[in-house]
Design a protein around this ligand. Structure first.
Ligand SMILES: Cc1cc2nc3c(=O)[nH]c(=O)nc-3n(C[C@H](O)[C@H](O)[C@H](O)COP(=O)(O)OP(=O)(O)OC[C@H]3O[C@@H](n4cnc5c(N)ncnc54)[C@H](O)[C@@H]3O)c2cc1C
Length: 473
């Protein structure tokens, strides 16, 4: 219900949003602007929010000006990095979007193996620049995902078992706080804030740039998917469980259950056929990868085996066309322990019963370097879990799979109930119980995050996110 006060505030904030922002040099995009609908759209087409203004920043000074303006005029703030989050928190109704999508620069120091990345960059930008030097850091497995949101939540990807989560490779971040102050956070500067930024999401300010540690990768790596028919999935999963338990940490795998996507690499007769895919990427010498993958590739004669040497930067965008901007998405997610026969039974029973041919399940194998960092070493929770699974309803605008695949994801999630071991905060959807944010961190990490939030954002200015509420003194 809209109260008279909220109504008054709404009118006031609407008026404020038509004003000029002192010291702002980027673009202000309002509802009457021809780019408004494109600028407010996020990756998830099911999210339809109408901010008063989108402040597309071109530098840190713009971010400072936008934060101060929003605070002075009581405007709701959403922060947009890559705009990829399934919950759509990058855009708000009314209020202001502090949009970093024009800040995508990446600078690499190959001698020192470091990269400086602006807060609106996508992973494709980072891989492109770092791979020019045969370097990389752990990033997402879809190249159009934003660096900022992914990093601030933790960052899982092909390289994590060898090189750690994205946050384990974060060396420093430049941030604009709720007071419009610029701070640099690192092990030596505001270490409490630096700890919180490594998993605590966009709760502490607007990050304008990140500094990452890089590692020699490729540029050619052994990588690719192996496909089996859906009816074999229980048996293949049991083999996979034993295989990954012993696999070297260089081997990153993500299992995908769904239909075979109609991409050029997959022969047409397999397109749309229900399959279990094990995606692989080996972060080490090709010959070692060949040896490590041999048993998996030989199991039960796969329908298709596309593992081979390929450019890492190309592999990083191989899935892009399977998760297109503007389709509708509904996700449920949880971390899982090692796959027991029981758990495999639940997965095999539900994974293929969605309706939309575009819906899928993705299951990342964690462990390795992820679980070697002590719990609480950064703000990423549940480091001992074995897998992060997302149950992803996906359908195109105008298709009527939405209700059925939302019910499918919820039903599958409920069936996983007794196996749940926390959750990755970046895989949480927009309709989750607030307790799930606590679940993402566990009690002690969450309590520490509340301390840092209370210190740096006591008024909860940055709350349009998976919110950590400050303590009310
Ligand atoms: C298709 C797909 C594939 C994915 N694959 C992976 C994967 O492989 N690995 C993985 O770890 N995750 C993955 N994710 C999840 C991903 O980490 C989150 O969606 C993440 O939020 C995306 O970052 P973004 O910058 O695009 O987010 P946005 O939607 O722009 O922002 C989400 C939130 O992040 C915060 N935020 C964004 N930018 C800033 C900033 N500059 N400063 C402060 N806060 C900011 C804000 O709170 C904002 O509400 C995937 C998501 C999708 C949709």
């Amino acid at each position: 219900m809209t109260t008279p006060t909220a109504k008054r505030l709404g009118h006031r904030s609407e008026r404020a949003a038509t004003m000029k922002i002192d010291g702002f040099r980027g673009r202000l995009i309002r509802a009457d602007h021809t780019d408004y609908d494109t600028a407010r759209a996020v990756w998830n087409g099911a999210v339809d929010r109408r901010p008063h203004v989108i402040a597309r920043c071109i530098g840190t000074a713009d971010v400072v000006a936008a934060v101060r303006f929003a605070r002075d005029h009581d405007l709701e703030i959403a922060i947009r990095g890559g705009g990829h989050n399934v919950a759509g928190t990058a855009v708000c109704d009314d209020g202001i979007v502090i949009d970093l999508s024009a800040m995508r620069a990446v600078r690499v120091d190959p001698a020192d193996r470091r990269a400086w990345v602006q807060g609106g960059a996508l992973w494709g930008d980072v891989d492109h620049e770092t791979q020019a030097h045969g370097l990389a850091t752990t990033g997402g497995i879809v190249s159009h995902t934003g660096v900022a949101g992914l990093t601030l939540g933790g960052g899982v990807g092909w390289l994590m078992r060898k090189h750690g989560l994205t946050v384990d490779n974060l060396l420093a971040a430049d941030i604009v706080t709720a007071d419009g102050e610029r701070l640099r956070a690192s092990e030596d500067e505001h270490p409490d804030l630096f700890w919180a930024l490594r998993g605590g999401g966009g709760n502490f300010g607007v990050v304008t740039s990140f500094e990452f540690r890089l590692h020699p990768i490729g540029p050619t790596v052994l990588a690719g998917p192996i496909l089996w028919g859906a009816t074999d999935s229980g048996e293949v999963l049991r083999f996979y469980r034993d295989f990954v338990r012993e696999a070297p940490i260089e081997l990153g795998t993500v299992v995908r259950f769904g239909t075979a996507p109609p991409i050029p690499a997959i022969p047409e007769d397999l397109h749309w056929r229900p399959v279990m895919i094990v995606g692989t990427c080996y972060a080490g010498p090709i010959e070692d990868g060949e040896r490590a993958l041999r048993p998996l590739r030989a199991f039960r004669t796969p329908l298709l085996d596309l593992v081979g040497p390929k450019p890492y930067v190309g592999f990083q965008s191989a899935l892009d066309s399977t998760v297109v901007h503007g389709w509708n998405y509904y996700w449920k997610s949880t971390h899982l322990p090692e796959l027991s026969d029981d758990l495999i039974g639940v997965i095999a029973d539900h994974a293929f019963s969605c309706s939309s041919p575009r819906s899928y399940v993705a299951m990342f194998h964690l462990k390795g370097a992820v679980s070697r960092v002590a719990e609480g070493g950064t703000a990423f929770g549940n480091r001992q879990a074995s897998h992060a699974i997302t149950l992803d309803g996906a359908w195109r605008p105008g298709e009527d799979f939405g209700d059925r695949d939302t019910a499918w994801a919820r039903g599958f999630f409920a069936a996983l109930g007794r196996f749940r071991e926390g959750v990755y905060v970046n895989f949480l959807g927009g309709d989750e119980d607030p307790d799930r944010v606590r679940e993402a961190y566990g009690a002690s990490v969450y309590a520490r995050l509340v301390d840092v939030k209370t210190k740096y954002d006591p008024d909860n200015v940055f709350h349009h996110n998976q919110n950590i509420r400050p303590r009310v003194e």
